[in-house]
Design a protein around this ligand. Structure first.
Ligand SMILES: Nc1cc(-c2ccc3ccn(Cc4ccccn4)c3c2)[nH]n1
Length: 239
């Protein structure tokens, strides 16, 4: 069975969306992965298929009911230990290691919330992973799910041909990628760095590493600190 994304959402029509185009779209057509949507509205209560209710303790907005979300999760026949992920601004940051873990299994179940979010009890009861794609508030979980899925699909076997950019060039060593250049050699009074035109592959590799380290140090001190501790740690381990 192909790697399957089971997506629980009030807006199934948002999927596969952009992932139906380009490499991901061709991979979908080739059954290298599957996109299964489950409409949360179909698990709603009563004549109006109600999925939400007012927040206990007061406050603005509405909260998605635990019984509705639980019935939807129960309908996803994924007892093969696939991860179940709830996208939320309250989650821990999504990392490339998470993406590798999700793609190593048979698929992933993604719960897309709306309103003010989902009742905490169903997330606890089903040990749902709570994950954030960034420190900004989206209108719902669907766009975050598309981001997570894009990162997963490109890692699946057969999706990224050898011609495409490296499958995991960024983050594979915990550093941000070096800057890229192509023709023309000079543009708008700006030249491509000489080393890249030198044909000296050792020098190019050294320059790229230095650029990755510089960019990471300047833009992501958090990643840089983790990189230093990993490299220090590994050098100590080697003794
Ligand atoms: N990294 C992320 C994830 C989200 C996200 C995911 C799911 C939902 C369901 C509702 N909202 C809106 C909302 C409004 C007010 C407070 C909380 N959330 C979501 C936002 N935003 N940023």
């Amino acid at each position: 069975m192909s790697w399957t994304a089971a997506i629980l959402t009030l807006f199934p029509e948002m999927f596969p969306g952009p992932l139906g185009q380009s490499l991901a779209g061709r991979a979908l057509d080739a059954d290298l992965w599957r996109c299964e949507t489950h409409d949360l509205r179909s698990f709603g209560l009563g004549r109006h298929k109600t999925v939400d209710d007012t927040p206990c303790g007061g406050g603005a907005g509405m909260v998605m009911r635990p019984d509705v979300v639980d019935a939807a999760l129960a309908s996803v026949s994924r007892n093969d230990g696939a991860s179940c992920v709830y996208l939320t601004p309250r989650g821990r940051p999504l990392t490339q290691a998470d993406i590798r873990r999700y793609t190593a299994g048979s698929g992933v179940t993604l719960l897309c919330g709306r309103y003010e979010g989902v009742d905490e009890r169903v997330l606890e009861a089903r040990s749902v992973e709570q994950v954030s794609i960034g420190d900004y508030v989206l209108s719902g979980g669907e766009t975050a799910a598309l981001v997570l899925l894009d990162a997963c699909v490109r890692l699946l076997p057969g999706v990224m041909g050898s011609a495409e950019s490296g499958v995991e060039e960024s983050f594979s060593d915990g550093l941000l990628e070096y800057p890229h250049y192509t023709r023309p050699a000079e543009w708008n009074g700006r030249a491509v760095p000489d080393v890249l035109l030198s044909g000296n592959h050792a020098a190019i590799a050294r320059w790229r590493r230095e650029q990755s380290e510089r960019v990471t140090r300047e833009r992501r001190p958090d990643l840089w600190a983790a990189h230093l501790s990993n490299t220090t740690h590994s050098s100590v381990q080697e003794g």
